[in-house]
Design a binder for this molecule. Sequence first.
Ligand code: C2E
Ligand code: CA
Ligand code: CA
Length: 755
Amino acid sequence: MEKPASSPGAIISGLLSPLFPVAIFLVFLGLAEGLRYGLVQQDRNLIEANLANEARALANHLEREFLVHSEAIRRMAKRLQADPSMTEREWRQDARNYLDDFGVYQAIEWIDRNFVIRWLEPVTDNEGVIGYNVAFNDERRQALELARQTGNWDLSGIIDLRQGGKGMVIYAPVGAGADNNGFIAGVFRMDVLARQLLTSRVLEFVRIEIRQAGTVRYMLNDSQSVNPDFAHSHPVNLPTLDWTLTLYPSQEWVENRYSSWPAMTFTTLLLMGLLTSLTALLVQLILKRNRTLLKTRRELDQEIEQRAAIQKDLARLESTDTLTGLANRRFFMEDLSHTLNIADRQMRQVALVMLDLDRFQTLNDSLGHQFGDELLIKVSERLNRLSDERILVAYSGGDEFMLCQQQVDDIDDIIHLLGQIKQCFDQPFDVQGQSHCITATLGVAVYPQSGLDADTLLRNADIALYRAKEQGRNTYQFYTEGMQEREVMRLELDKDLNQALANNEFVLYYQPQLNLDNGEILSVEALIRWQHPRRGLLPPVEFIPLAEESGRISDIGRWVVMAACRQLARWKGTPQEELRIAVNLSGRELDDEDLVDHIRDALATENVPAGRLEVELTEEIFVQNIEHNLNQLSRLHQLGVHLAIDDFGVGYSSLGYLRDFPVDLLKIDRSFITDVTERHDDAVITRAVINLAHNLGIQVVAEGVETEEQLSFLKNHRCNFAQGYLISRPIPVSDLEQALASGILVAGVTADSGL
Ligand code: C2E
Ligand code: CA
Ligand code: CA
């Protein structure tokens, strides 16, 4: 929608309109024209005034001239009146004097009282008029009779002279009334008179019209070309005559009267107008160009702003993990470096917490990446609630998160944060319609004690995390000096693990399971040990997690199965021929599609019946990736291999899977057995598990049996088997064979427990 232009805006756009220079030009044109008109008008006025002056002067001159001539003629008349006996000769002499004096008359005449010309001077050129009656019409007659009567002089007006041409006659009566003796008349030729009256200068520039009672009677200089714009009339005051003198100036005279100012002024103003409008046009062009430049500048600014915004977005994207929406590792590290700089100046501590989700890899592998991603998002949401201006939460990748607490005054601040993190995992996570109890393990490094730069802090937090994991997960560990050595050791161990299989450094120890119904030992659990060339005998906790991480667990698992089968084969024909060996398989091994084939091959190679082999799997196998795992386990079961659930009771609340999976044995976790005689809860759970398993036709093993009390409790509640230090620690095969042969294993426990 068009915005109504504000008044300054309207003025500016008006000034920039192409009509503006035109308007300027028109204004100047108007001004020029006005001034020119004014100046021309002034000139005209001057010309008219000039003309009027000339006309007035001419009229006055004419009046005076006639007055002089009439006086002269009247004087002659008076002389003739005074001397009526004057002879023609004397009269002629008198007339000649006048003619000589004035030199303007055509003739001087004496006319008798009957109006007939009698005497005249000079005769030459005038002979034809002697005897002519001058009262040649009524008007003249009346005028002359009036003059004769009154004694006043009369002027004929312009008439056609008998001598030819136009002329005028002054009649001065000689005596009035009855004494009248005719008239003395002075005859003028108009052209002579006019030439006498007018200077040559005047004659050069005017045409003169003499009107008598409104009609033109005489025209002087009628060959003169005149300017039609100008004419001036002036009355001539003569007795008996109504005369008007009209002056028509010549074209040339008028032109000379006009000054060049109007034209100059007009041209100058016009040029000024042209210049001003051109200047305006130029200014407009400059302004428009400026405007365009400004507009371009504004557009550029906008573009720059947009780019900056995009860059900011990009920077945010670069610093954010797209899955979780948390800060990414790169941003976290940059921020950490920055934070450490500030902390250094303010002498403060900074805590870096590495967080690892327990068993995430297994969950992710078995339930799929979609599940893993959703879980990560849910965890991120909870952790992100902790972030504020002092705490930055970031996602590091995999199942790892990082938190940085920027202002740590004392250790309690960190403990408080760790508590808050733990709370994030108190409630189960709902993912894909199922709730999952997830725990996390934390490693903490504190600046400046645990490292002076971001990278060192991170590495040490990682080491601390690894330690915490070793301690059984769902816990935290602060980095300490000694950890560095242990970390080095761990890395070395990882390297050595490469060689271990090739060098045949693994051994199986065996821990017997006592049948509580008949006091016999019919199965043993094979527990792996690593005979390290420098470090001695290492328990599985030192290397199994490492092997699980690096993926070497599959090879180790195959070796264990093979070694167990080989042992079973060796026992053929010995007292241990009936023994069953239980091997531990971790979840990742079950992912291996070839696992079942491998076990079948191992059994076949050693020619061992499948029923002699038992596989122990932890509970998560039964709740994750169910379809795949059910298939694997069913195949194993079809093979005839026994299946046992290890560490039962710690991980999952769902027991539905017991119904679906072909399980033979259930191993109650040691944590229930340890306090089973002291803690009512543990006793209730243990009893319930035994009953449940029996109802489902599954046999029960109690792990970690260390006391006689525990043993008799289990026996009383009809637990099927007992395994633990009370019966035997895990021991090498030779010790086992010896112990079985001697019968001490059974004897030791059965004596007191009533078996
Ligand atoms: P697990 O399968 O629960 O094995 C039982 C562990 O409890 C053994 O530890 C055993 O020495 C210990 N134990 C037995 N009776 C008692 C007792 O009365 N008191 C106490 N405090 N402990 C007792 P070990 O041998 O260190 O094995 C630890 C874990 O390593 C095993 O736990 C198992 O999960 C894993 N493991 C052992 N061998 C293998 C193997 O060949 N493959 C795989 N994947 N894992 C193995
Ligand atoms: Ca086990
Ligand atoms: Ca166990």
